[in-house]
Write a protein that binds this ligand. Sequence first.
Ligand code: ADP
Length: 506
Amino acid sequence: MFSLMRYSQWQHCCRRALSMLRNQAYVGGEWRNAGSGETFEVLNPFDGSVVGRVPDMSESDVKLAVDTAQRAFTVGEFSNTTAKERSDLLRGWYNLMVKHAEDLAQIMTMESGKSLAESRGEVKYGNSFVEWFAEEARRVNGEVIQSPVRGREVLLLKQPVGVAALITPWNFPHAMITRKAGAALAVGCTCVVKPSEETPLTALALANLAEQAGFPAGVFNVVTTSPKNSAAVGKLLCEDARVRVMSFTGSTAVGKILYRQCASTIKRLSLELGGNAPFVVFESADIDLAVAGAMASKFRNTGQTCVSANRFFVHENVHTEFVDKFVSKINSDIKMGDGSREGITNGPLIKESQLKMVSDLVNDALTKGAKLHCGGKPLPELGPLFYGPTVLTRVTKEMQIYNKEIFGPVAVINKFSSEEEVLREANNTPVGLAGYFYSKDISQVFRVARKLEVGMVGVNEGLISCTEAAFGGIKESGLGREGSHHGIDDFVDVKYVCIGNVAYQS
Ligand code: ADP
């Protein structure tokens, strides 16, 4: 519950961050309430206290946001701005994000529960997309092609697709927005962002900075909805023909709904969905390095990332050593608690349904005979949504946890004996986002990197995301790539212009 004492403490600590907080949505360059006047609470997952209240917008509010984004694209001529103008705007936004990095981190910790160290890391990562796309903006060039016919000039132009709808999740409240919006704005698209109901305050703080950076009205809009309205608003964004691209990061289940809904307008679709990352430790691996990578990959954001190691496969000859060292590292390094306190490494899970899902999966495995090495239960003494870092072995295929995306601080460590066997198991899933393996055998490194059915591979590395590289999955993990120079592809149309009957002699 909202506690006055906690509120005053928090107010004292984050006075500057408070000045960045907004309790209205940002549409058409104005701060607005929902037409209905309804609002919803944003809670701190650490203790359930209320950290904000934002408009609960419905379809009619979001339709207005699309109207304004469409006007900014055409009448407002954002689509005709020069690359240099857009680059300057993005650069200005980036500079403000750097200036307010600590405020953004404080806000993120309040609404997501992640530790301040992790929030600071995410702010840096999220900011880097805006810096990157400020640079990329000026290098989005078309092509002049050799014509097969005399007297013809063949051009390929790259043009912004139009209004972009960006629907983002709660686990990276900043970076999932900038990774999409940076690319969209760089090429001249206008945006309607619909952040997660759990983390709208970071999104609104970014809108506040975008306003200060001078983006013209309607170019960058943020609409907020509670779970009551999310599905209807999502449907509207998919089915409104003026929205030309839908970029979504979230669960595979919702991604499939959006895919179906976008068929009605043949909308460009970028989907970054769930993963089920294998983490393989071969016999030749440096075990200490593998343990360090496992810690980073498994426990970042308390296991709530789509690229978190989800299934560990450790060679039978190094299995015991790996498990022992991993458990001892967990015991020494992980400090769970209030993310806003310095020194805390991991916060709680985001919401009750996540806690229940994680608890149910572990309980099912334990009932069916899995061996527990640490954790295995909620930690109510820390707060209502904490779950202890957990390691399980002797997990069998009959247990639900064997092949399910856990999205929590639980490591399942299986044994294998051959490369062929482990590749078969690692690839035995309908999704393919990230995969990791540790090996010192150079041929094995190339072989396994090629054979893993995923969009991203970490070899002797547990944390691989960066703005310069292409982020995305294969199979049911999604469509398209974010970051890197490929990140702009979802937001541009390639137009072929044929100029005929050119006389080369005057
Ligand atoms: P999670 O289960 O991890 O919260 P979701 O896929 O449910 O992930 O949520 C990711 C984003 O999708 C959030 O912004 C959420 O509001 C939004 N969302 C949830 N359901 C729908 C839906 N049916 N249509 C459109 N957006 C949705």
